[in-house]
Design a protein. Sequence first.
Length: 219
Amino acid sequence: MKIFLSHSTDDSFIAGVLQTELTRLGAEVFLDSRSLQTGDDFDQVIGEEIAASDEVLLLLSHASLKSHWVLLEVGAARALRKPLMVILNGVLPNDVPWPLNRVLARDLNQVEKYYGEVRQRLEGNGRRNPLPPSLPIVTPAMPPKVHFDVNDSVVISEVPADPNLFPRLNDEMKRFLGQATRIIGPGWDLRDGTSTFRLEIDGGQNIWADRWLSLQAER
């Protein structure tokens, strides 16, 4: 049985303890800080390891909620239909964002229950089956990507796409929905192709994803 352990680098110690305990049970655990070697292509190895895993174990903390690497790994796990196990480290159940809140999570204090479930799967009892083929993943056709530049006049969508995905639309940002503004600087370029920007409307305080913006029509 092979487990891919997804975590923030801030939680490396706890992730290491989880790997040690799961390995003692007989599982093979991939943990990037211990499994990657000098010169490895990070993206390629991570993708291959998730694809080869029987399940993905997510150590969910406030740090991992802010980690785009962790969110990308979770996205890959869902796209590959890998069972997702969630261990909460300092995160309350009501603070778990969608779609992770659809998964039964265990608090770190209850991790022994997860160890017991792994032990049963290793013994062939209670083995978790892949998601049934009757539940296909439907990927909607995406519109052509719009290129934005600094000083472009834009309109913030009234109904922003995927507001809970990284970089996540917070409550303060929601009061600007539907309003026109101007791009005053770049934000971060994410590995999933998302571009982010800082806007004049909030003085550049927040990071806005390109999927929430449209170019303002010239008058």
